[in-house]
Design a protein around this ligand. Structure first.
Ligand code: NAD
Length: 514
């Protein structure tokens, strides 16, 4: 234990179990000697989840493959109907699932609910999409021919998710994969098994309604594999899984990516970020302060899009930094279920140790650190004040993603220098510029600007709407999920040429008369 004051939150065990029972999670999903499901809010073990072994995981994948063989022939708008019903069930159970997200991950109440809202939004998007899986008709060089492309379902889509968006990331993949005609098998984070089981129970309600409406529901269409990385590996290695969408650390992607490539399976990799913002001389500092504070401190720094590096022009540095320090000093850290609290706990002891390690490494480089200390505690609950680190150069811990609320602040004088530093890290997820100078804004968004998958002007890098394609470059993995045309990643494209004439002209003027 540290010197931090004890956290005074009553046990959440009964409430979590009550939510799981209300949502209809089957008793067989729990086992006394199973995987511990912990709350970072209190540090306590809430219950134990029955683990799935490799043989059971394989059986589930094979059942999903059989389900796919039937599901691919169901018309896409009908597949959309199942997702529509799922969206309705999520609306009906938003309060319970949102609360469970807060209990299991430590998100503040509005963010727990916001995560479920994101699930609802992607369901709506996918329902519309189920009538818009368009292929092109393409001009052909041959007379009396037509060329077109058609999009077909792919097979079983494996989904591996991280702890910090325990259910929304699954829904981004699941809603699209289902309307695209695929079956889904999910390996959730071993740190967030309860929200996964709750989501499975809510999806089961949608399946039951779909069946009650007279639709055939192929058995095994969706499965949840409760296990650790070894179970994730079963999914990655199985030849009947043509696509794995994996969200997590770059270290995970380094293991998963090459394995999928070796068997020519597809991957959507959504990995770590080291997101930055540039604050220019013309920036609106009130707006910048709010944008930076939410992006750097929100969700206790545990978003893949969290702002981790800030480049501030020397002309506004002294105006911005004291205000930022004061926000860091006054932001309410504590029980995320309480009104007014903006920063909840870190997920576990490992996260706390990594944060302290990064701060020590920054101090060793001469950085000045404000905050970062443990402010409230229980044996296994870790509440920290967000850390603001003023550092002279981009080196050491600044170049890595530490999944905790640490913001490294650096001063710059030339825009090009700031841009080079901005892009000078291995990760490439999200980015921002705060400026009212059109040239700077446009340059930042141009081919010579930010090298990230997400680039914003006068908005922090954290968070995203489901309508856009989400993902990043370089060590962030290159995958795209959610909106825009990300659905194409979940289907296979066939190019079709039809000859409605009586001759057989060959392309490129080739002759072959037999
Ligand atoms: P993690 O890498 O520890 O685990 C993620 C998931 O991968 C878990 O389900 C885990 O069991 C599984 N896994 C790990 N190794 C595996 C292997 N070899 N084979 C198969 N499965 C394996 O990540 P975490 O701590 O849960 O989450 C935090 C990380 O996720 C951060 O790096 C964060 O930036 C990243 N993240 C990225 C995005 C994104 O969209 N880019 C979104 C959320 C989180």
């Amino acid at each position: 234990m540290s010197d931090a004051s004890p956290i005074n939150v009553p046990s959440l065990r009964a409430e979590a179990r009550d939510i799981l029972a209300k949502l209809g999670v089957p008793a067989g999903r729990f086992a006394e000697s199973g995987l511990p499901a912990r709350s970072p809010v209190t540090g306590e073990v809430l219950t134990h989840v029955a683990p799935v072994d490799a043989a059971a995981a394989t059986t589930a994948i094979e059942a999903a493959h059989d389900a796919f063989l039937a599901w691919r022939s169901v018309p896409a708008p009908k597949r959309g109907e199942l997702v529509r019903l799922f969206g309705e069930e999520l609306r009906a159970h938003k309060a319970e699932l949102g609360r469970l997200v807060s209990i299991e991950v430590g998100k503040v109440t509005s963010e727990g609910l916001g995560e479920v809202q994101e699930m609802i939004d992607i369901c709506d998007f996918a329902v519309g999409l189920s009538r818009q899986l368009y292929g092109l008709t393409i001009a052909t060089e041959r007379p009396d021919h037509r060329m077109m492309e058609t999009w077909h379902p792919l097979g079983v889509v494996g989904i591996i998710s991280a702890f910090n968006f325990p259910v929304a990331v699954w829904s981004w993949n699941a809603a699209l994969a289902l309307v695209c005609g695929n079956a889904i098998v999910w390996k959730p984070s071993e740190k967030t098994l309860l929200t996964a089981l709750a989501t499975e129970a809510i999806f089961a309600k949608a399946l039951a309604r779909f069946a009650a409406d007279g639709n055939a529901v192929p058995k095994g269409l969706s499965a949840v594999l409760t296990g650790d990385r070894a179970i994730g590996e079963v999914l990655v290695d199985h030849p009947k899984v043509p696509l794995v969408s994996a969200t997590g650390s770059t270290a995970m992607g380094r293991q998963v990516g090459p394995k999928l490539a070796a068997r020519f399976a597809r991957s959507i990799l959504e990995l770590g970020g080291n997101n930055a913002a540039i604050v220019c001389p013309s920036a609106d500092l009130d707006l910048t302060l709010r944008g930076v504070a939410f992006a750097a401190i929100g969700t206790a720094g545990q978003r893949c899009t969290t702002l981790r590096r800030l480049f501030v022009h020397e002309s506004v540095y002294d105006a911005l930094l004291p205000r930022l320090k004061s926000a860091y000093g006054s932001v309410k850290v504590g029980n995320p279920l309480e009104n007014g609290v903006l920063v909840g706990p870190l997920i576990d002891a490992g996260a706390y140790e990594k944060m302290q390690g990064a701060l020590d490494a920054a101090r060793a480089l001469g950085a000045s650190v404000t905050g970062g200390e443990r402010v409230a505690a229980a044996d296994e609950a870790f509440y920290v004040r967000p850390a603001l680190v003023e550092i002279g150069r981009q080196e050491g811990p600044v170049e890595q993603e530490t999944f905790a609320p640490i913001l490294y602040v650096m001063k710059y004088s030339e825009f090009e220098e700031a841009l080079a530093l901005h892009n000078g890290v291995p990760q490439g997820l999200s980015s921002s510029i705060f400026t009212n100078d059109l040239r700077e804004a446009e340059l930042f968004l141009s081919a010579r600007g930010s090298d990230c998958g997400i680039a914003n002007v006068n908005i922090g890098p954290s968070g995203a709407e489901i309508g856009g394609a989400f993902g990043g470059e370089k060590e962030t993995g290159g995958g795209r999920e959610s909106g825009s045309d990300a659905w194409k990643g979940y289907m296979r494209r066939a190019t079709n040429t039809l000859n409605y004439g009586r001759t057989l002209p060959l392309a490129q003027g080739v002759t072959f008369d037999v």
